[in-house]
Design a protein around this ligand. Sequence first.
Ligand SMILES: [Ca+2]
Ligand SMILES: [Ca+2]
Ligand SMILES: [Ca+2]
Ligand SMILES: [Ca+2]
Length: 253
Amino acid sequence: MSMPFVRPKLPDSSRGKGFHTRLTRQTTRTIQVSKSTRCTTTTTSYIAVDVADDKVISDNPDNPWLDDDVEIFIDGDNQPFDMDAVGGIPDWFGVLPNNEGFQLVTSAGNVAQIYPSPVIQVDWESKAALSPRGFVIETRISLDSINTIDNSWWTNPAMTPADVEGDPTQSLPPGATFSPVFRRPHPGDSIGFNVVVADDDSGRQPGNPDNTADSINRTDLSPNPSSYTAWDGNSKDWYYADEAAWGTLYFAP
Ligand SMILES: [Ca+2]
Ligand SMILES: [Ca+2]
Ligand SMILES: [Ca+2]
Ligand SMILES: [Ca+2]
């Protein structure tokens, strides 16, 4: 199989200054990502995920989440609905794509996207490469892109809400200015965190030009051999965007 993979390559100058968490199996729901003084000097988190996959497929340049992929989930403010709320209603007052809850997806074919909206400003990069037993994806995230402050009126009663019954682009009462506050994670903080590995073992539906007729969305597979495995996936009523059901990332002092 010939695919456009490259070796994982992150800046050498940044290696060793950050912390490097390797997730290879589900052992606990809390990860400690730094020790001693490192967290006080580092501004970056590195996450390497080594995936065992006997059939690596990367055939969807538009939707990396429909290929073999690694998905990193960050819930900076430990509050739900940031993943949900900004997806469909970005113009509502105070409902902006935000850094309080987002998802970083990288496929085995090096297609990377941020969800729920590409408008979210996150300093990150990722690289994928084939490995002897599957593929490896490394992701770098700047901690300056993670907001630990909840600026959402639907979870923070101190915020002025949108006029949802009238003009949702305006506040209720009218005249308020949305001024979100930012604070990056500090040593001793815990944020919501999850890692998901999607396994595409089917590829796109032959002859179908619809770029969503792929892997988990295909209806012609029975049983469907593709899968979606979460590091923390045991919570009741868990679904991928439920920030309250993710695990915890702890920044050790
Ligand atoms: Ca695919
Ligand atoms: Ca959140
Ligand atoms: Ca929020
Ligand atoms: Ca696969």
